[in-house]
Design a protein around this ligand. Structure first.
Ligand code: SAM
Ligand code: CA
Length: 238
């Protein structure tokens, strides 16, 4: 792994100490990270938006969740260069299917050669589109209702609550939705006037709204985890 890739990954943790975050990555995450995922991080490291790639420690938990629910049919909202997409494709069975949605095909194509080389591209149906209309389209066919085992949401934060409503219909009871960046650089707990400029705006407000609304949602079992930039795991219970 290049130094840049290491740096991009280690600057994401929410832990108080960078050393502690690096300790977790170097002790428990990197030694077990599949080679193609390291390669995706390497090819992404020089990209101006490299920070958007899923944090490897959060990815490790997501792979465990995918296995725990025996996920076969999944949704990915927000692909970028494909770290979380490849992680999902490597984890689900040979006949698994991922509906992967992103408005930007160009960034998906950065990681695509690595995905192909890993031999898992046949599991991916990439749709270049804004995600909400794709979810609405899926819901037009009753056979899609309650048919997905897992969803990872990592795109426009302003729509997270809208995605959640659709996913509560698309996921099976017992299925899992994971929302990324739900601690927004730690600024969810910082008074508004002290929030640094680059964390301000509608996305932060959308994350605050999502966190409140998920906490009140009786349809899900919830766990808000301080991994990466914060992930929230929702298991549909009815
Ligand atoms: N999960 C990715 C990974 O592991 O590298 C990172 C995703 S990145 C944080 C967010 C992505 O969401 C971008 O690639 C962006 O193009 C996409 N996006 C933004 N708004 C979107 C929308 N309305 N519908 C679908 N994709 C969107
Ligand atoms: Ca993210």
């Amino acid at each position: 792994m290049t130094d840049k890739a290491k740096q991009a990954a280690s600057s994401k943790g929410l832990l108080q100490s960078e050393d502690l975050y690096r300790y977790i990555l170097e002790t428990s995450v990197y030694p077990r990270e599949p080679e193609p995922l390291k390669k995706i991080r390497d090819v992404t490291a020089d990209h101006p938006w490299a920070m958007m790639g899923t944090a490897p420690d959060a990815g490790q938990l997501m792979a465990m969740l995918l296995r725990l629910v025996n996920a076969k049919k999944t949704i990915e909202i927000g692909v970028f260069t494909g770290y979380s997409l490849l992680l999902t494709a490597l984890t689900i069975p040979e006949d698994g299917q991922i509906t992967a949605i992103d408005v930007n095909r160009e960034t998906y194509e950065i990681g695509l050669p690595i995905i192909k080389k890993a031999g898992v591209d046949h599991k991916i149906n990439f749709i270049e589109s804004e995600a909400l209309s794709v979810l609405d389209q899926l819901l037009k066919y009753s056979e899609n209702e309650g048919s997905f085992d897992y969803a990872f949401v990592d795109a426009d934060k302003d729509n997270y609550c809208n995605y959640h409503e659709r996913l509560m219909k698309l996921l099976k009871v017992g299925g899992i939705a994971v929302y990324d960046n739900t601690l927004w650089g730690g600024t969810v707990a910082v008074p508004e006037e002290q929030v640094p400029d680059h964390f301000r705006g509608s996305s932060r407000q959308a994350i605050l709204d999502l966190n409140r609304s998920l906490a009140d949602d009786p349809r899900v079992q919830l766990s808000h985890v301080a991994l990466g930039d914060g992930i929230t795991i929702c298991r549909r219970i009815f």
